[in-house]
Design a protein around this ligand. Structure first.
Ligand code: SF4
Length: 275
């Protein structure tokens, strides 16, 4: 394979290579259904890859391009899990909100949710790999709010500071995500499991304060605090980096405040300057 890329765009090379490697990969190669019969729950991996371009994200290069499972296959798996009396199903993907875009040119997650509604034995559905940007921009609010099965959303806030969200290119503002979640909860309560980044380049104590305020309004039961890890292949490496000590301090502040609020936390990411 030969690639020609500008010297100042090494990330383009990664993108081209991963496109070549993954373009013909079958969705089943990623392992579509995992059953945990002892807990009566199963995971369905409905799509791989994401077309968003968050400035820090390495997944975009590792899992690009978006690859959705065929809708008929997903429905088939839902039917068999229902027949086998599985009560809990997790729909998973790198970004499940973009499910269907690559093969049907349409955002098809709402159709899967509506399909699940009719399944008697499946009581609880968790949406993991939930991109608030795609959900907000494509009006998923009412289908999720009115779903009796969807009980939990797992996705990324990253930051509650609009300045940082813009640097990340997250695609939503703090007000938009608050309105989205609160609008849903007015109709039906859903639990939230959120990721945030501690020590994103240029993050200040004021940004941390804003993130903690937004988290208070979103009221997640669990927060994954991911220590920012830089890489020369991502756009955010162009921003002014915090030192490892500052990243550590920011992580400490987040974990201390959230624990005080009785929110479960998990700390991830190496927090080294480069990987
Ligand atoms: S939405 Fe998630 S997977 Fe997609 S680019 Fe952003 S961080 Fe990466």
């Amino acid at each position: 394979m030969d690639y020609i890329v500008p010297q100042n765009q090494p990330s383009l090379l990664l993108k081209l290579i991963s496109e070549d490697v993954l373009i013909n990969k079958d969705i089943n190669d990623f392992g579509m259904v995992v059953r945990y019969p002892e807990y009566s729950f199963a995971e369905i991996y409905i799509s791989n890859g994401c077309l968003n371009n968050c400035s820090f994200c390495k997944l975009t290069f590792q899992k690009y391009p978006l690859k959705s499972a065929e809708l008929s296959k997903v429905k088939e798996f839902i039917d068999s899990l229902n027949d086998e009396k599985y009560s809990k199903v997790i729909l998973k993907g790198t970004n499940i909100c973009q499910y269907g875009l690559d093969i049907y040119n349409e955002y098809m997650l709402p159709e899967i949710i509506s399909y699940l509604e009719k399944k008697e034995n499946i009581k609880n559905v968790i949406l993991a790999g939930f991109s608030f940007k795609d959900a907000i921009k494509n009006d998923f609010q009412s289908v999720i709010a009115n779903s009796r099965k969807v009980v939990e959303l797992c996705g990324s806030l990253e930051s509650g500071s609009d300045r940082i969200l813009e640097l990340i290119r997250k695609g939503f503002t703090s007000d938009e995500i608050i309105n989205f979640v609160q609008g849903i909860r007015k109709i039906n309560y859903k639990s939230l499991y959120l990721n945030i980044i501690a020590g994103f380049p240029t993050e200040t104590l004021d940004d941390i304060k804003k993130t903690l305020t937004v988290l208070k309004k979103l009221d997640p039961y669990m927060v994954d605090i991911c220590r920012y890890t830089n890489s020369e292949f991502v756009y955010s490496s162009h921003y002014k980096q915090l030192s490892p000590t500052e990243i550590q301090n920011h992580t400490r502040i987040y974990s201390k405040v959230l624990q005080k609020r009785n929110i479960d936390i998990n700390i991830s990411g190496k927090g080294y300057e480069y990987n």
